[in-house]
Design a protein around this ligand. Structure first.
Ligand code: NCD
Length: 311
């Protein structure tokens, strides 16, 4: 464990990892699956801090369950209002405090680069659970693991990523994650104003990924093996008028799925708003609830690797 890329390292961006790292993580996750109903003592005596300055349900709860299943104790702060931060305490001081109380810090913050900043201050490892529109690496690890479980491979498949690719950090990290593998083709599907950012396109070009930007799902649905959908990130769109313009501009419907491959799987980091017809939830296409379930085992594996515990 101590020889791995994870041991005592920060988890800030998918761009910091290699394919071998993820394969190791997935093998560990396989082990952890066996223990998702047990309490282990791998991290007994360790304290994990959850510092969620932005709303979260799944991510915070699954980190908490993962840490507790491994025997760690968890301390957490949520929201800014109830905290000393509202008295003017700086993020740096809050991080210093958490760093003295715990062995690892999981942070989510609306500011881009917040996790990297925290990692510079903290001596203990920091895991980025979302920084503004930028990164959400642990979500991408779960997404890729889910695909591996469903298809037996991540290579050679055709992918569509649909939605707010401009402000979506989960979609951005997923796209970065795909560049570690060999996708057959990647379609980036979004309304014009929510196109993927230039810096992301740059990474795709540098890494030789075959991709194409599209405006509508209908054009490519028949080719896809995996469709990754993300909601409009309303809270990050600076102008309410801009939001009104794109609201409801994309939706996966039962009608569209008539043209899809039978094996198509739809992923979504959740929360869903209105971008997938609810009737799809009960079809074999929907993989988003399994994906959410895998969140606990993947995060168990990650915590164990970062803190150096052998399963
Ligand atoms: C994502 C996020 O917070 O970026 N949610 C999550 O962690 N599952 C996606 C989103 O909020 O749309």
């Amino acid at each position: 464990v101590k020889e791995t890329t994870f041991y005592h390292h920060d988890v800030l961006s998918m761009l910091d990892f290699r394919r071998e790292d993820l394969e190791l993580l997935f093998n560990y996750t396989e082990e952890m699956h066996k223990y998702t109903n047990t309490k282990l003592s791998l991290l007994l005596g360790k304290v994990v801090s959850l510092a969620f300055f932005e709303p979260s349900t799944r991510t915070r709860l699954s980190f908490e369950v993962a840490a507790k299943r491994l025997g760690a104790d968890v301390i957490s702060i949520t929201g800014e209002e109830s905290l000393s931060i509202s008295k003017g305490e700086s993020l740096a001081d809050t991080i210093r405090m958490l760093d003295t109380y715990s062995d690892l810090i999981v942070i989510r913050h609306r500011y881009e680069g917040a996790a990297r900043y925290a990692a510079e201050i903290a001596e203990h490892p920091v895991i980025n659970a979302g920084d503004g529109k930028q990164h959400h690496p642990t979500q991408a690890m779960i997404d890729l693991y889910t695909i591996k479980k469903l298809f037996g491979t991540i290579d050679g498949l055709s992918y569509g990523v649909l939605g707010d690719l401009r402000y979506g950090r989960a979609s951005t990290s997923f796209i970065y994650g795909l560049t570690l593998f060999k996708p057959k083709k990647l379609y980036l599907i979004s309304p014009e104003s929510l196109r993927v950012r230039e810096e992301v396109l740059q990474v795709l070009k540098e890494r030789g990924i075959v991709f194409e930007e599209k405006r509508s799902l209908g054009e490519v649905i028949g080719e896809l093996d995996v469709l990754y959908v993300i909601r409009i990130q309303k809270e990050r769109i600076p102008d309410p008028m801009e939001y009104e313009k794109v609201r409801g501009s994309y939706k996966v419907t039962l009608d569209l799925l008539k043209y899809a491959k039978k094996e198509l799987k739809i992923l979504h980091p959740l929360p869903k708003v209105d971008e997938i017809d609810e009737r799809i939830d009960n079809t074999p296409y929907a993989a988003y609830f399994i994906q959410a379930k895998y969140g606990v085992s993947v995060r168990m594996a990650l915590l164990a690797l970062v803190l150096g515990a052998e399963p």
